[in-house]
Design a protein around this ligand. Structure first.
Ligand code: ADP
Ligand code: MG
Length: 273
């Protein structure tokens, strides 16, 4: 279907940013195994600033592991990850960073993450889920953190639920709070790991709509693992298909989804339709 005029205009603006070719995330020859199982078998992935990359692939192909490595929630065995030109995970001498240094590096380079299961703090209100981490992790004052949380709740359409606890929110509302929390510190890249997979079908669209707006209006750099092919083809600049820990297909969404060359990709995409 043809895109709305406004979206085309915004996209043109964003492509201007892409043309400058600044690299947001640079993953090179990344290898990771659990025990003897190789989960990432040499992944190379460069994401430019403002680019939206959809990460597709069968269950168990390594999508979550790749995103968790980029967010330094996992260490890897070989290869390198840079975010905003800064090397993550290991010091220059090859030593793994301590948890404290890791947390610091993550905050400094600004990687935000949204999880399949929302992972909100259950005992905190929607607003405090956003404002709290801004104060504790990012040293923002109470008044500024509250202002930012209020602004973001408005942007995800939840101003009226600011004081609700997560268990009193729908899954779609919880995920929108989680997205607001993740973008509150202005991350340079936002990672979303199957953000709609835990939702009832009727709640999927409200979350996709929020993500779509972040791409179109904010030009936020994002890597989204998803099984929503239509969403991927509408929002992603590029689709990357993982199978058994390796990228088997990659390119513009329209091309990859309609005309995959790799047999594994063909089988996977056929099974999705
Ligand atoms: P995806 O997100 O694409 O479904 P994952 O990255 O979750 O794939 O998993 C890739 C492979 O790594 C799977 O075979 C999975 O069983 C394995 N795996 C993931 N996390 C762990 C872990 N903490 N310990 C051992 N094996 C794991
Ligand atoms: Mg996963």
């Amino acid at each position: 279907p043809p895109r709305a005029q406004t979206e085309r205009v915004d996209r043109a603006k964003r492509n201007e940013i892409l043309k400058r070719n600044n690299v947001a995330v640079d993953v090179a020859a990344l290898r990771k195994s659990y025990d003897k199982q190789m989960v990432l078998a040499g992944v190379d992935l460069t994401v430019r600033i403002g680019e939206v990359v959809a990460l597709l692939g069968p269950s168990g192909s390594g999508k979550s592991t790749l995103l968790r490595c980029i967010n330094n929630l996992e260490l890897w065995n070989d290869g390198s990850i840079k975010v905003g030109g800064r090397r993550l995970g290991f010091s220059d001498s090859g030593k793994a960073l301590s948890p404290r240094l890791l947390a610091q590096a993550r905050a400094e380079v600004g990687v935000g993450m949204v999880f399949q299961q929302f992972n909100l703090f259950g005992h905190l209100t929607a607003k405090e889920n956003i404002a709290g981490p801004l104060r504790w992790v990012h040293g923002v004052s109470r008044i500024d953190a509250d202002r930012r949380a209020t602004e973001l709740l408005g942007r995800v359409g939840l101003s009226h639920r600011a004081d609700a606890l997560p268990r009193h929110l729908s899954g779609g509302q919880q995920q929108r709070v989680a997205i607001a929390r993740a973008i509150a510190p202005n991350p340079s890249v936002l990672l979303l790991d199957e953000p709609t997979s835990a939702l009832d079908p009727e709640l999927v669209n409200e979350v996709l709509e929020v993500i779509r707006r972040l791409a179109v209006e904010d030009g936020l750099t994002m890597i989204i693992s998803t099984h929503q092919l239509r969403f991927a083809s509408e929002v992603a600049d590029r689709v990357v298909l993982l199978a058994d820990g390796a990228i088997v297909e990659e390119g513009p969404a329209d091309e990859v989804l309609s005309n995959p060359r790799n047999p594994v990709a063909q089988r996977f995409l056929n099974a999705m339709e």
